[in-house]
Design a protein around this ligand. Structure first.
Ligand code: ADP
Length: 194
């Protein structure tokens, strides 16, 4: 099972991806998590990505394509994976198609979480408050300025992916405003129908 989860920042991709991990026994590949790990480890990629990420911008396609290509070659991805936060641009989507062809892998479904944009800032503020209350470090980009930039990047560069995957016939759209369990159910049905 190879899946892509699409949706704006704060749409709930991470939460839903975790549930799919349990249900299907395949890993969640979050490029955001991978990049944050690279930043924390102080690798070359991390050093190049940090400032852009903190400001809410997008890391170069070249870097993320490389990270994903290496990650899906790992043994735990043999039965599939859930891509969360990748692809984020049309060129990334094209690179992914080429990459999968080269590896003789096929995509099973692209599931988009549709969310009302006005709800997103509230969700992000809540996440930052909850993380801080739990005594954990808040993400550097979970603040209103960086978040606005993330939304702009989303509208300009990521939203066009809906059209892209609609044209390839792979897109399934789910209402991301419904309660979490209902969203999970709708995603599972969309996958089953794919
Ligand atoms: P969100 O919570 O907004 O979905 P992520 O955790 O997926 O954010 O990603 C955080 C940051 O990591 C992004 O704002 C961006 O700077 C960088 N990033 C993650 N995935 C990609 C990608 N596919 N292409 C470019 N940049 C990315």
């Amino acid at each position: 099972m190879r899946l892509i989860l699409l949706g704006p920042p704060g749409a709930g991709k991470g939460t839903q991806a975790q549930r799919l991990v349990e249900k299907y026994g395949i890993p969640q590949l979050s490029t955001g998590d991978m990049l944050r790990a690279a930043v924390a480890a102080g690798t070359g990629v991390g050093q190049r990505a940090k400032a852009v990420m903190d400001a809410g911008g997008l890391v170069s396609d070249e870097i993320v394509n490389q990270i994903v290509s290496e990650r899906i070659d790992q043994p735990d991805c043999a039965r599939g994976f859930i891509l969360d936060g990748y692809p984020r641009t049309v060129p990334q989507a094209k690179a992914l198609t080429a990459m999968l062809n080269e590896k003789a892998m096929q995509l099973d479904a692209v599931v988009e979480l549709k969310v009302d944009e006005t709800a997103l800032l509230q969700r992000i503020e809540k996440r930052a408050a909850e993380t801080a209350a739990a005594g954990n470090g808040v993400r550097a980009d979970d603040n209103p300025d960086a978040f606005k930039k993330r939304l702009v990047e989303y509208r300009e560069k990521t939203a066009p992916l809906s059209d892209h995957y609609h044209q390839t016939g792979e897109l399934k759209t789910v209402d991301g405003m419904a309660p979490m369990d209902e969203v999970t159910g709708a995603i599972e049905r969309a996958i089953a129908a794919a």
